[in-house]
Design a protein around this ligand. Structure first.
Ligand code: FAD
Length: 368
C-alpha cells in the first residue's frame, strides 16, 4: 500500500491539466499518483487527431501558457503549435501532439501507473484506491478525469451502426459506406455536422439527418459568447451556414427527430451514425449517474470530477445552459478549483458524516 496526497485517474486533456497544475502549485511529484490504461491524450489522441477542431490556435497557446510545468517540456510539437496561424482552426492533432509530449514528460516526474482505477473506498479520512494491476494507495484527494464515450440510442429500425469515432475520420468512414447506402445521422451539433459534411463529400446514396435541436452558432456578443460550447464554430459552422442551410446536397434530407419521422424513414436507412452526445465512461464502484457539484466539481469530500465526464455548467447571460467541454474551459476550471480542492477539509466531523451518508445513497463508493 502506497501513500500519496493526490490520485488523478485519467490522462486525457483534463487529467493532463490537473497533473500539470498540481506540479505548478508546488505539490511534490512523489505525492501525485497518475493512472491511465493508455496515456495517449484520451479520446482525441486515440480517435480524433484528423478531426477539424473548433478552437483557434491563439486559444491553444493560451492553454499551454497557463501551466508552467507544460513549458518545462522540451516539445518540438509545442514549438510547431506557435507557428500556426493564430486565428485559424486546425485538425486536433496540433494540440494532441504537444499534449502527448507533455504526458511523456510528466510521467517521468510523478508516480505514473499504466493501469485503470478499479476500486474506490473511503475510510479513516482517506481514500483507498485500487488499480487493475493490483497496486493500492491511501490518498487524501482523488480527481476523476475519466472521460466519456459517444452515446448510442439503439434505434431498433436500423441496427447497422457506424461508430461515431469512425465516422469522424473521413478516410475510415469511406470504408464503411457504399453508393447504395442510405445513412442516417442523428444529431445537430459539431460532430453531427462534420459527419454530414464528410458523407456529402463521399459516394453514398442518401443521407438523412434526424435532428432535435436547430443549428446554433457561437456568436461573439462583445464580452461574452452566445452558445459558447454548444454552438457551431470553425469549419463545421462555415459548412453548415454556406451549404447545409443555404444549398444542401440533393441527396441530403433533414428531418425533425420525432417517433413518426423515425418510423417512416429509419427502415429505409441501411446504416446509422449517432452523433447525439457523450456519456460518462463507467467508473468502477461509482453509479453511472453519480451526482457532482457542477460549479466546483466536488463529488464528496476529497473526491472531485473534471473534464468532459464532469463538466462545469454555466448559464450564459441569455439564459442558455452550457456544458464547458473545451480544453481551455478545463484549464480555467482547474486553475479556479485546484487551490480550493487543495485546502484541508472545511467540513466538521458531523457535517462530513452527514455528507458521506448522503453521498453513499448516490454512489456505490464504500464508506467504512
Ligand atoms: C469531434 C470533437 C471535436 C472537438 N474539438 C475540440 C476543439 O477543437 N477544442 C477543444 O477544446 N475541445 C474539443 N473537443 C472536446 C474535447 O476534446 C473533449 O472534451 C476532451 O478531449 C475530453 O477530455 P477528458 O480528459 O475529459 O476525457 P477523455 O479524452 O475521454 O480522457 C479520459 C481518459 O481517462 C482514462 N480513463 C477512463 N477510465 C479510467 C479508469 N477507470 N482509470 C484510469 N483512467 C481511466 C481514459 O483512458 C482516457 O485517457 C472536441 C470533441 C469532439 C468529440
Amino acid at each position: 500500500m502506497h501513500a500519496a496526497k493526490w490520485f488523478v485517474a485519467g490522462a486525457g486533456p483534463a487529467g493532463i491539466v490537473v497533473v500539470g497544475l498540481l506540479l505548478d502549485l508546488g505539490v511534490e511529484p512523489k505525492d501525485i499518483v497518475w493512472a491511465d490504461p493508455e496515456f495517449n491524450v484520451g479520446r482525441i489522441g486515440q480517435y480524433y487527431q484528423t478531426v477539424p477542431g473548433n478552437t483557434k490556435t491563439s486559444l491553444y497557446i493560451d492553454f499551454m501558457r497557463a501551466c508552467k510545468t507544460f513549458q518545462e517540456c522540451d516539445s518540438p510539437a509545442m514549438q510547431e503549435l506557435y507557428t500556426y496561424e493564430l486565428t485559424q482552426e486546425y485538425p486536433l492533432s496540433i494540440i494532441v501532439k504537444p499534449l502527448q509530449d507533455i504526458t511523456n514528460y510528466m510521467r517521468t516526474k510523478v508516480s505514473a501507473y499504466q493501469s485503470s482505477l478499479t476500486g474506490l473506498e473511503f475510510s479513516a479520512d482517506m481514500w483507498h484506491v485500487e488499480l487493475a494491476d493490483g497496486s493500492e494507495f491511501e490518498v487524501e484527494r482523488v480527481v476523476l478525469a475519466t472521460g466519456s464515450h459517444p452515446k448510442s440510442l439503439h434505434y431498433s429500425e436500423c441496427s447497422q451502426e457506424i461508430p461515431l469515432d469512425v465516422a469522424l475520420n473521413k478516410e475510415a468512414l469511406a470504408q464503411y459506406i457504399t453508393p447504395e447506402d442510405t445513412v442516417a445521422v442523428v444529431g445537430s451539433a459539431h460532430s453531427a455536422v462534420l459527419v454530414l459534411k464528410f458523407l456529402s463529400e463521399l459516394p453514398v446514396g442518401r443521407i438523412i439527418n434526424f435532428y432535435k435541436k436547430p443549428l446554433v452558432y457561437t456568436q461573439d456578443m462583445g464580452g461574452w459568447l452566445l452558445y459558447s460550447s454548444s454552438g457551431l464554430k470553425g469549419i463545421a459552422a462555415e459548412w453548415a451556414q454556406k451549404v447545409l442551410e443555404k444549398n444542401p446536397p440533393c441527396n441530403l434530407v433533414r428531418l425533425f427527430n420525432s417517433e413518426k419521422a423515425r418510423q417512416a424513414w429509419l427502415p429505409l436507412c441501411s446504416k446509422i451514425v449517432y452523433a447525439a452526445g457523450y456519456e460518462r465512461n463507467p467508473i468502477p464502484g461509482c453509479k453511472p449517474d453519480m451526482a457532482y457539484d457542477t460549479h466546483t466539481g466536488k463529488i464528496a469530500p476529497g473526491l472531485f470530477g473534471i473534464g468532459i465526464a464532469f463538466p462545469e455548467v454555466i448559464v450564459d447571460p441569455a439564459g442558455n445552459v452550457e456544458h464547458k467541454i473545451g480544453l481551455n474551459s478545463f484549464m480555467q476550471h482547474a486553475l479556479d478549483m485546484l487551490p480550493v480542492w487543495s485546502r484541508g477539509s472545511h467540513l466538521g466531523k458531523m457535517e462530513k458524516l452527514y455528507t458521506f451518508n448522503k453521498f453513499e445513497e448516490l454512489l456505490d463508493i464504500h464508506v467504512l
